[in-house]
Design a protein around this ligand. Structure first.
Ligand SMILES: [Zn+2]
Length: 74
């Protein structure tokens, strides 16, 4: 039996996903947030789905939340 770590496909880093995938390296959970209406946008996209604003920036969040649902994939 091999002791090698399991093979993982890493996510592709592009401009609008880089902050999300690399924030953990500095202890931050980061999301894009609309600066006009305050909506957190995930998965990242170049426009706010609420008010179609392009005034978006990346913000670190506390990581505290209420779990509403989850799934276990097999
Ligand atoms: Zn918005």
């Amino acid at each position: 039996m091999s002791s090698d770590p399991p093979f993982r496909i890493l996510p592709k880093l592009v401009d609008n996903t880089r902050d999300f995938w690399t924030g953990g390296a500095v202890g931050e959970l980061r999301f894009w947030r609309c600066q006009d209406c305050g909506y957190y946008i995930h998965p990242p996209q170049p426009i706010c789905p609420v008010d179609y604003s392009k005034n978006l920036t990346v913000e670190a969040v506390s990581g505290k939340a209420t779990l509403a649902s989850y799934s276990i994939n097999h």
